[in-house]
Design a binder for this molecule. Structure first.
Ligand SMILES: [Zn+2]
Length: 420
């Protein structure tokens, strides 16, 4: 799939390979050429080298082209840069959801400051987490079901459930047809090295809905219904295997102390998501409700929970809410212990496991001026887990129009559907 989607990545890789080959050819050869070419004249030899040199120049030009294509100044990025961004977090002004005061601080940051002390007092500790795990483990074949996408957060969740908390996990991965090969490789390495059972569910069930989101220009964010779908799926798997604990890889920025949240932190009740949630509601009313394929599709995360509770009781937690360290520590651990690797092409940097994420980020930036990653990272900045500079650097657009076009094609959409 990399070849199919990352056309410029492929070109870059080819160009790099050719460069290596070329450097190799310029190294003086100690052995005379085969086939009795000892009599080759100086002119012939020079001509041969000239061809190689011309070839190398062409390859270098291709490399430069591939590199120059990497970041393309799209008009919406320019527009984004013109937006006023909160001086404390990375959220732009987006009235009526996000307002900046006269000091350039957003109302979400102002509100956080007011309730900060209360939040600190009610912080959960790892010892509390261990108590919860002990209450539920040892009751069935598996102690927990770990949602493992191959990203750093979920892979480390799987690692810690097995190694730090000594539980017997079942790793669960879904693939809606747009998972990256790198992510799947990370999952494979992790389950093999940890020796845990693994369940992969692959389906194109969601493809039509994703395609509709793009074609209808609804303003709905692809990740939102996807989160609802995979959470519903996870509850069903937990019920099927009678597993009492669902484990996710949600960071403190994505969600804290909530019974269940989507992976991307899309809690529709947050003011940052108000406009996106409204658009999703409309999309469901106009395009999902009457579609026979999706007639049983849950409309919200609350509906997923209500249905799940009727089927099978279980809790949903993330070790990242309790671990006494952050990504800088656990990334090193999984790299060393599980041969985990960062994805080469990702938005935000070093994070994604899904090709659709590029489309989702593109649309969110275009429609709202920020993505759910801006919301997540802003939360992490407020609690001191990330600096504003680090967040801004990770949120820089690092993909180009060609990649978007390739993914659209796979989705059955056209560039015109995005007005590009
Ligand atoms: Zn702010």
């Amino acid at each position: 799939m990399t070849a199919q989607y990352g056309s410029y990545g492929k070109e870059l890789w080819k160009a790099l390979c050719f460069s290596v080959i070329f450097v190799g050819t310029l190294i003086p050869h100690p052995v005379p050429p085969k086939g009795g070419k000892k009599s080759e004249t100086t002119d012939a030899r020079l001509a041969r080298l000239a061809v190689r040199l011309a070839d190398a120049k062409a390859k270098r030009a291709r490399l430069a082209y591939a590199v120059s294509k990497r970041v393309k100044p799209w008009s919406f990025i320019k527009k984004m840069n013109e937006r006023k961004i909160c001086k404390r977090c990375v959220l732009p002004e987006n009235k009526p959801d996000i307002w900046l005061n006269e000091e350039g601080i957003c109302d979400i940051c102002v509100e956080y400051e007011k309730t900060k002390n209360f939040n600190e007092d009610t912080k959960f500790l790892e010892t509390d987490f261990i108590k919860i795990l002990n209450q539920h483990k040892g009751k069935g074949e598996y102690d927990c079901l770990v949602m493992c996408s191959g990203g750093k957060d979920s892979t480390s969740s799987l690692y810690y459930m097995k190694k730090r908390y000594k539980l017997n996990p079942l790793a669960f991965t879904f693939d809606h047809g747009f998972e990256t090969e790198e992510a799947m490789e990370n999952v494979k390495n992790a389950v093999e090295r940890l020796g845990v059972d693994f369940l992969l569910f692959k389906t194109d069930f969601m493809k039509d809905m994703f395609s509709k989101i793009v074609k209808t220009k609804s303003g709905a964010v692809i990740c939102h219904p996807c989160s609802i779908w995979y959470m519903d799926l996870t509850f069903k798997v937990a019920a099927r295997f009678n597993i009492p604990i669902i484990v996710a890889g949600w960071t403190k920025g994505q969600s804290t102390k909530q019974p269940v949240m989507s992976r991307c932190g899309c809690n529709v009740h947050q003011p940052e998501f108000a406009s996106m949630a409204k658009a999703m509601g409309k999309f469901f009313d106009n395009h999902v409700k009457n579609d026979s394929k999706y007639k049983d599709f849950p409309r919200s995360m609350e509906e997923v929970l209500t249905r799940a509770n009727k089927r099978h009781k279980c809790i949903v937690v993330s070790p990242h809410w309790f671990l006494p360290f952050g990504a800088e520590t656990y990334v090193e651990t999984i790299k060393k212990e599980l041969n985990w690797k960062f994805p080469k092409l990702s938005y935000p940097a070093k994070s994604t496991n899904c090709y659709l994420n590029f489309i989702s980020a593109y649309l969110s930036m275009k429609n709202y001026g920020y993505t759910h990653y801006h919301v997540e990272m802003s939360k992490m900045i407020r609690v001191g887990m990330l600096t504003r500079e680090e967040a801004l650097s990770m949120l820089e657009i690092n993909f180009d129009e060609e990649l978007i076009k390739d993914i659209l094609k796979k989705l059955g959409c056209n560039p015109e559907d995005l007005n590009i």
